[in-house]
Design a protein around this ligand. Structure first.
Ligand code: HCA
Ligand code: CU
Length: 380
């Protein structure tokens, strides 16, 4: 699973997020931040979506970023002609192949799809630009239809084919099987796009890589249509465990938090409390038993090292689940001297108070300081 690539779609799929409105300046700021994080590709909204979308796309192409710039279009020559003039490095083409989309969206059949795919692909290739062909709603498409269309486009020579779980219905086992099957049928790279409606976006991405996919579509915080797609940070959490050296050397992980804050601010959401890596409590340890072990060796209760992401772990000691090891660590931080027996005694006082009401750090510090004063002041 090492050696994968990221296609960030915050400025395409992410623009389909309910709250998203990106000004020209904001798009440029986000594109630069994505580039300095180290994503391989940045996918942008179609230049035919609106006049400003086209200008934004052209401007981002001129920034001279390390990441390759892509735009995302329908499988149609009208779109392709505009896309190749924007200065992009590649074009991502998509067309619906499930019966839902063939009947209720574009109304075309597989023959028409194959014909227009060939026309668009040959045109884009003739301009010396990368081309990806993707089916939309791949997991509710007929498998024979899918294999046929991918074989056809692979023969012409696309850079990548894509599969998209447009409605978020796929499970990891289905993903593994489809990617494995495709891998045996095509010679080009496989890209995957997973929506998170049923909570499977990250697991599906991981299984796709295990099955031989090369590229995963992500968005910062997972923003996208409905509840979005694979979040960049969540996938980094999964992949740093699977391929630590690759992930740490390739991506600037300590920039993740600022990148997420930039996008969260732009679309006016908060970073979720349970977000991998950057959720406010992602590296907070609370129960006394956990705190004791973490203080001795962080790996006992941590699969991710916060320092890899420029973050710190935190021992939550102001609560009734606390233990004397956590309190001892706090006593040390306060630069006070107490024996182990005394620390155990003050820990009991803290736990008693914690049974009555929520405690703040100040509450605990006051209890410790008062206790310290009592034991060190000679009795009259
Ligand atoms: C959409 C399109 C898409 C395209 C994915 C892709 C999807 O429905 O908005 O190009 O791979 O989810 O199918 O985002
Ligand atoms: Cu999508």
């Amino acid at each position: 699973v090492g050696n994968f690539q990221l296609i960030d779609s915050t400025l395409r799929e992410g623009e389909q997020f309910a709250n998203a409105f990106f000004s020209h300046e904001k798009k440029i700021e986000i594109a630069k931040a994505l580039d300095s994080f180290g994503v391989d590709y940045i996918e942008l909204t179609s230049p035919v979506a609106s006049e400003q979308s086209r200008k934004d796309c052209e401007a981002i192409c001129k920034l001279g970023l390390k990441a390759k710039i892509l735009t995302h279009i329908r499988c149609h020559m009208d779109d392709a002609r505009v896309a190749v003039e924007t200065g992009v490095d590649g074009v991502d083409v998509v067309i619906g192949t499930s019966k839902f989309l063939m009947e209720h969206s574009h109304g075309k059949d597989m023959n028409y799809i194959a014909k227009s795919a060939v026309e668009v692909i040959e045109f884009v290739k003739s301009k010396g630009i990368e081309i990806r062909f993707s089916s939309e709603d791949s997991f509710r498409s007929n498998l024979v239809d899918l294999l046929n269309i991918y074989k056809t486009v692979d023969k012409i020579g696309v850079n990548r084919i894509g599969i998209a779980d447009t409605v978020g219905c796929a499970n990891p086992r289905q993903v593994y099987e489809l990617v494995r099957t495709l891998n045996n049928v095509v010679s080009c790279d496989i890209e995957c796009h997973f929506h998170d409606d049923t909570g499977c976006a990250i697991p599906n991405a991981y299984c796709a890589l295990e099955a031989g996919a090369k590229l995963i579509d992500v968005c910062v915080l997972g923003i996208g249509e409905r509840n979005g797609i694979v979040p960049l940070g969540g996938l980094m959490a999964r992949m740093i465990v699977a391929a630590p050296e690759y992930v740490k050397s390739k991506y600037k992980l300590h920039k993740l938090r600022d990148l997420e804050l930039l996008v969260a601010d732009a679309v006016e959401v908060n970073i979720p409390f349970n977000n991998p890596i950057t959720g406010f409590c992602a590296f907070t340890h609370k129960a006394g038993i956990h705190a004791k072990a973490i203080l001795a060796n962080p790996s006992t209760y941590e699969i991710l090292d916060p320092h890899d992401f420029g973050m710190k772990r935190y021992i939550h000691f102001a609560n009734r689940l606390t233990g004397w090891n956590a309190i001892k660590a706090r006593v040390d931080q306060l630069n006070l001297n107490l024996t182990d027996a005394e620390i155990k005694e003050v820990t009991n006082k803290i736990k008693e108070m914690g049974d009555i009401r929520p405690l703040s750090i100040d509450d605990v510090d006051s209890i410790i300081k008062k206790f310290h004063a009592d034991v060190t002041t000679p009795k009259l």
